[in-house]
Design a protein around this ligand. Sequence first.
Ligand SMILES: Cc1cc2nc3c(=O)[nH]c(=O)nc-3n(C[C@H](O)[C@H](O)[C@H](O)COP(=O)(O)OP(=O)(O)OC[C@H]3O[C@@H](n4cnc5c(N)ncnc54)[C@H](O)[C@@H]3O)c2cc1C
Ligand code: FES
Length: 330
Amino acid sequence: MLEKCSSSIKGPFNAAVVSNRQIGERLYRLRLEFSGPGAETFAKFKPGQFAQIDLSGAALPPAEKIPEGLLDTSGRNILLRRPFSFADVDKQTNKTFVDLLYRVVGPASLRMTTLSASNLLSVIGPLGNGFWIPQGKKKALLVMGGMGAPPLQYLAKVLSANYPDIEVTAFVGAKTTRELPFEGRLDEISQQLEFALREFAKYGAKSMLATDDGSAGYHGLVSDCLSQWFASSSWARDTTIIYACGPDAMLAKVAQIAKDKAIDCQVSMEQMMACGIGVCQSCAVPVRSELSSGNVATSVRTSNGASQTAYKLCCEDGPVFDSREVVFSS
Ligand SMILES: Cc1cc2nc3c(=O)[nH]c(=O)nc-3n(C[C@H](O)[C@H](O)[C@H](O)COP(=O)(O)OP(=O)(O)OC[C@H]3O[C@@H](n4cnc5c(N)ncnc54)[C@H](O)[C@@H]3O)c2cc1C
Ligand code: FES
């Protein structure tokens, strides 16, 4: 069962690459296999937690395969591990398999594309606090934009396995159809507003799709699609919860919707991370100090003195926060 959790440093563990498939433009799905103590540890990985992966040993692709725009930076040394969440965790006898969806955005994710079966990676995790399920919830709305999808896919799996009484609806947002981080998406797409995206349908969840350019599903922002759902569906304040992961601007809008409807909402924040374990202080998230408990790092009084902004660490206190706690910049 999912309770609010915290984690200490785990590992590093070796993970073997099982497969690494391109599923779209600059989009890949990587499957890793843990055995021994790593298998035990990663079997307990909760949706929304993350792992720090060492990609310093991975090779660069040949120059002609490097996307335009990344040529200048591609040769950089990868000194720091990179944070990734998982789209699936699958425990089988004495092994644990994890699936990672990644987009090529810089030198480390570019090197990831050259990984192939039996390459070994050093992985630290599970890190951070994942999503939790407050008691009494009957409807979970999973709202995701772009690469915010992976942890919510895994959450859909955990909800269907452990919380069969909770009805799950996924709201999937992307700039355009081509950027949906799912396999087989082209044959799944329909122009209808509501249809089953295979990634969520397999867990019994309904799904709604929104694309900024209207190439499929709702024409517009996924947060507007969510607002429309609230206006046209039946829901109850105490038994509904929103889980969201995606760009900051999307999270801010979803948090505002939750506030207006007075329903619970958890947001998974994405910050640049250096250490991932609470040491470097590079991943501060502004929070409302009057609503925060625990590890509040810094406190600053605002000019009118009415409320205070404090900072929590995304890697240690998050990445998942109660949306009421976060001060969004957008
Ligand atoms: C908790 C967490 C979970 C994540 N899960 C995933 C995942 O499942 N799939 C995935 O593709 N990516 C995920 N990321 C982002 C991933 O860590 C970065 O894409 C990766 O570190 C990029 O490394 P790079 O060397 O390729 O690019 P870099 O050169 O490090 O970055 C290239 C550009 O990407 C942007 N960027 C990189 N990291 C971040 C970040 N953390 N937040 C906001 N912008 C960033 C910046 O604009 C940067 O200039 C996650 C990040 C966090 C913090
Ligand atoms: S990434 Fe170093 S403290 Fe969070």
